[in-house]
Design a protein around this ligand. Structure first.
Ligand SMILES: [Zn+2]
Ligand SMILES: [Zn+2]
Ligand SMILES: [Zn+2]
Length: 165
């Protein structure tokens, strides 16, 4: 998913992501614990990355606070199922809002509003693979994270009156 508008119907993001989690778990015979679901709900609440401690805190607002290791375990399950990703630059995790198999390992992070979005650009991956091969470097499965300013924020700073919202 690319950056959603600041005002968008987030309920449909939620429904879609929840269904995707249930389907994934069923297909892979992965039992989902109550913590897995709780953690996923926090990650889903906003299109941004959350640190493990932040997740633990937020879960604690509604019910018993989770220990950091319980958060890690839940996040691990979600990542394995492909419905969440690690965001290294934020030392945290994000929910995946792709509709099917997510092969996007290019994560865009807005420095201003903290929104995250995924980009799929296989050519970029091929180029990186080729370039590192030339210097004899063996990369890990590639994930690219880019910091920048999202379209919502750049419109705020450089409003374009001719553009329709
Ligand atoms: Zn949304
Ligand atoms: Zn994804
Ligand atoms: Zn932004």
């Amino acid at each position: 998913m690319i950056f959603p508008k600041t005002q968008h119907y987030h309920a449909s993001c939620l429904t879609q992501a929840r269904n995707r989690l249930e389907n994934r778990a069923r297909v892979r015979s992965q039992k989902l614990g109550v913590n897995d679901k709780r953690v996923f709900e926090i990650l889903l609440s906003e299109h941004r990355a959350f640190s493990a401690y932040e997740v633990a805190d937020r879960v604690g607002k509604n019910s018993k606070r989770l220990q950091a290791n319980q958060v890690y375990r839940a996040v691990e399950t979600l990542i394995k199922l492909g419905v969440a990703h690690r965001v290294e630059l934020k030392h945290g995790y994000m929910a995946c809002h792709s509709t099917d198999n997510c092969t996007a390992h290019q994560i865009l992070i807005c420095k201003s509003c903290e929104q995250v979005a995924e980009l799929e650009h296989s050519k970029l991956h091929a180029e990186i693979a080729k370039s590192v091969e030339e210097v004899g470097f063996v990369p890990e499965p590639q994930k690219l994270e880019l910091l920048g300013i999202c379209p919502n924020c750049s419109q705020k700073t450089h409003p374009n009156p001719t553009e329709e919202y």
